[in-house]
Each structure stands twice: as C-alpha cells, then as structure tokens.
Design a protein around this ligand. Sequence first.
Ligand SMILES: CC(C)(COP(=O)(O)OP(=O)(O)OC[C@H]1O[C@@H](n2cnc3c(N)ncnc32)[C@H](O)[C@@H]1O)[C@@H](O)C(=O)NCCC(=O)NCCS
Ligand SMILES: Nc1ncnc2c1ncn2[C@@H]1O[C@H](COP(=O)(O)OP(=O)(O)OP(=O)(O)O)[C@@H](O)[C@H]1O
Length: 197
Amino acid sequence: MRVGLTGGIASGKSTVSSILRELGAVVIDADQLAREVVAKGTPGLAEVVEAFGPDILTEDGHLDRPKMGGIVFNDEALRRKLEAIVHPRVFELYAALEASAPTGGIVVHDIPLLVESGRAEEFDAVVVVDVPDEVQVERMVRDRGMSEEDARARIAAQATRERRRAVATYVIDNTGTREDLRHQVTEVFAELRNAAV
Ligand SMILES: CC(C)(COP(=O)(O)OP(=O)(O)OC[C@H]1O[C@@H](n2cnc3c(N)ncnc32)[C@H](O)[C@@H]1O)[C@@H](O)C(=O)NCCC(=O)NCCS
Ligand SMILES: Nc1ncnc2c1ncn2[C@@H]1O[C@H](COP(=O)(O)OP(=O)(O)OP(=O)(O)O)[C@@H](O)[C@H]1O
C-alpha cells in the first residue's frame, strides 16, 4: 500500500514519519533524497553550480543550504530553476527505491510538495498533517532559529492548508501535544493496515 504523507513546512511530517516507522511502516523521505542528489561531488550539485554560480558553495564544497534557501524562497523564478534540477533526480531515485521496497507492507512517502506536484492521486491514501500558519511560524522560529520573515516566505512558497486538506484521506491535527499526535498517528496507522488487507 502506497501512502502519501504531506503537510506544510514545520507541520510535523518528520515527527509523524518517525512514529510510523516505529509502528512498522517503511518511510521514504523526499527531503532526504533532495539532499542526496545535490551532495558534494554529484552531477546534481555541478548543475546547481552551473546555474547559480560557485558562490552557492561553502568553503569545503558543499551546497550552502541556508544561502540557497535565502535565494529561492524570495524569488519564485529561481525556485523553479532549482526545482527543475532537483526534482527529476529525486523522481529517478524514487523509482529505484520503490522497485527495491518490500512488497505487502505499508510504504509511506513523506513528500512536502505532494499537492504542488499534482501527484496525490497516485497514492492509495493521503495523510495530511495540518496546523495553522501561525503554529508553523512559531515552530520554525522557536526550534530552527529562523526569522519570522523567512518563515513566512517559506509558507508562501507552498500550497495552502485548504488545498492540502482537499486531497486528504486522513487529516492529522498537530496543534496539540506530541502525545495527542502519537495517538492520532496510531489510529490512522491501524486504519491503513485495515484498508491494506
Ligand atoms: C532550498 C534548500 C537548499 C534549502 O535547504 P534547507 O536545508 O534549508 O531546507 P530543507 O531542504 O530541509 O527543506 C525544509 C522544508 O522546506 C520546504 N521546501 C523545500 N523546498 C521547497 C520548495 N521548492 N518549495 C516549497 N517548499 C520547499 C519543505 O517544506 C521542506 O520540508 C532546499 O530546500 C532545496 O534544495 N529545495 C529544492 C528541492 C525541493 O523542492 N525539495 C522539496 C522536496 S522534494
Ligand atoms: N505536537 C507538537 N508540539 C510541539 N512541537 C512539535 C509538535 N510536533 C512537532 N513539533 C516540533 O515542530 C518542529 C517541526 O516538526 P517536524 O520537523 O516534524 O516538521 P516537518 O513538517 O517535518 O518540517 P519540514 O517541512 O521542515 O521537513 C520540530 O522542531 C518538532 O520537534
């Protein structure tokens, strides 16, 4: 069973993913794949340097992620340019991982841009982690030391809550405590397991 997991930035997707892993799901993390395809020494990173210039590298030759974030979350055209390099490579890796994933279990695809990429209907079920924008901002500022302005720019680069909720099979409300979250995830996982048999 292929399950899409999505939600706005800092909504709690990684936290939900780790609970799902504990419960026995296989999780494929799109953000992690997006890091791998531009790791030091990859053709992906070479293409990024060609497009954005060598100043986008740190002194030791890695992608300077905070700097790149500052550029692409304030300029939609440049964001699209980066996505055009990263996304096709992520899809390639995905295909390879899916081909080697064990069959029969629940495979969760943690994809921040699931709605934006128009691929929601490719999944047997879609789980949306939902919080108001203000909670996203609060968590980015509190836990990641981001400025409020940067946090809002990232939210503005993504689909609205309403658009995500419109494709949801299950909505997980993450405005409560971590314990509340675990409770809901456990319930959703039980329903997914029932639906899978
Ligand atoms: C700009 C980059 C270098 C900033 O790196 P940074 O380490 O600060 O953030 P990280 O990669 O951990 O992403 C954090 C969150 O930002 C949001 N985000 C990332 N890329 C995008 C994007 N293109 N559009 C909207 N939101 C995005 C997602 O919610 C993601 O979970 C990085 O986000 C990136 O390479 N983005 C382009 C690739 C992409 O679209 N990734 C998203 C999933 S495939
Ligand atoms: N219920 C909660 N109460 C308080 N803090 C929470 C809760 N759930 C998650 N958090 C915290 O909020 C932050 C964002 O959560 P998490 O990293 O899981 O989000 P994410 O959606 O994966 O983010 P990103 O889009 O950047 O990958 C983290 O610091 C996490 O520890």
